[in-house]
Design a protein around this ligand. Structure first.
Ligand SMILES: Cc1ncc(COP(=O)(O)O)c(C=O)c1O
Length: 387
């Protein structure tokens, strides 16, 4: 059991740093213990007054991670699951066969592939649209049939921005809920529920954990309604709960989330500005740049920065992009994003056929290293590749 939560309105940075200020009741430890039990003792009359019955639905360490995510997102409740994909698919699978969903053309590729294959086989109908175009979103609605609109903003790998408030209005008018994959914005830069979204999803594997050592997913909800209860029931029945050690690591990672996101966003902006003028770079895709098509909206919808993700398109096409990625020394050539170490990836190689990702694109996940070192390394790799 933990205690110590203050009732005052501390900022998110303060809440994160202290993981809500919870302390262990018995030992007074400032870091609560990791609860590993898979089962809990009944009271003599057979009741479970502790609220804990069995490890598949119940774990206190998991609940602590959820409380912190709920505080950061300003949600009524939160849920952590075994991966970002398990969190995202849990929302779709809480619908019913025959329901229609709308999702972006530009989004995390594995979820897009799942929606257009497995989700259809399971019985959902799906349309992929340009969600940065409100007319296209409006035209895709089937009132009474559309039950879910999915957004990702900023969206992989072009960092397209969608208008959460406007899409929420369109979705709600058609009787649908709006869920937002906010993995790359993080609650430090955008809180989708404040803009009218119903559910927020995170690949907690990325920024929330931040150290490339936990695979986890999170959902946060505006209301604990029937849809939420169904998602929770499915998590319990299908065994999708996050493990207690992973939940502990996630809490530890989130303590520094505000500082990490601030540093990554500032460095990404600096790199984006320096890369615009680079001779080997054809285009820089970053919502913080005035030339990005989503910049004005991002300025309204995001606060405190534009995130740590950017992409560059390299002169010389796919071969030059792959050659540049091959020559980095400091950047790590790896998939994933949102960790303290900077990653570079030739994204088209992983996304495959049907992806809107240009073949000359390199995706950059900016970590918390010195941005001058990051630029020096990228610069030498780009120069060597184009020589
Ligand atoms: C934006 C986004 N959403 C969802 C996911 C899926 O998360 P996970 O790999 O934890 O299943 C990822 C993973 O790369 C992602 O980048």
């Amino acid at each position: 059991m933990t205690t110590g939560e203050s009732t005052r309105n501390w900022t998110r940075r303060t809440l994160a740093a202290q993981a809500l200020g919870r302390i262990d009741v018995r030992t007074r430890a400032v870091v609560p213990p990791v609860h590993v039990a898979t089962t809990y003792v009944r009271d003599p009359d057979g009741q479970y007054r502790s609220g804990n019955v069995y490890g598949r639905p119940d774990n206190e360490t998991v609940r602590e991670a959820e409380s912190l995510i709920a505080a950061l997102e300003g949600s009524a409740a939160a849920m952590v699951l075994g991966s970002g994909m398990s969190a995202a698919t849990a929302v779709f699978l809480a619908l019913s066969p025959g329901d229609h969903v709308v999702a972006p053309k530009v989004m995390y590729w594995a979820l897009r592939n799942w929606i257009t294959s497995e989700a259809i086989d399971w019985g959902l109908k799906a349309d992929l649209v340009d969600t940065s175009d409100l007319g296209a979103v409006r035209a895709s609605m089937r009132p009474g049939e559309t039950k879910l609109v999915w957004l990702e903003t900023p969206a992989n790998p072009l960092w397209s921005i969608s208008d959460i408030a406007a899409v929420a209005e369109i979705a709600h008018a058609a009787g649908a809920v709006l869920a937002v994959d906010s993995t790359c914005a993080t609650p430090m830069l955008t809180r989708p529920l404040e803009h009218g979204a119903d559910i927020v999803m995170h690949a907690a594997t990325k920024y929330l954990n931040g150290h490339s050592d936990v695979v986890a997913g999170a959902l946060a909800t505006a209301r604990t309604d029937a849809l939420w209860e169904r998602i929770a029931r499915n998590r319990s029945m299908l065994g999708q709960i996050l493990g207690p050690f992973e939940a502990f690591l996630l809490i530890r990672g989130m303590r520094t989330l505000p500082l990490r996101v601030q540093a990554a966003s500032a460095s990404a902006m600096e790199l984006a500005q320096r890369l615009i003028g680079h001779g080997a770079v054809a285009e820089v895709l970053y919502p913080g740049l005035p030339g990005h098509p989503g910049h004005a909206l991002a300025k309204r919808q995001m606060s405190g920065g534009f995130g740590g993700m950017l992409s560059i398109r390299v002169h010389g096409g796919e071969a030059a992009a792959v050659a540049a990625a091959a020559r980095v020394e400091l950047w790590k050539r790896a998939t994933s994003l949102g960790g303290v170490e900077s990653l570079i990836e030739h994204r088209a190689s992983i996304e495959g056929a049907g992806s809107p990702c240009p073949k000359d694109l390199l995706r950059l996940s900016v970590g918390i290293e010195d941005p001058a070192d990051l630029f020096t390394d990228l610069d030498q790799a780009l120069r060597a590749a184009s020589a």
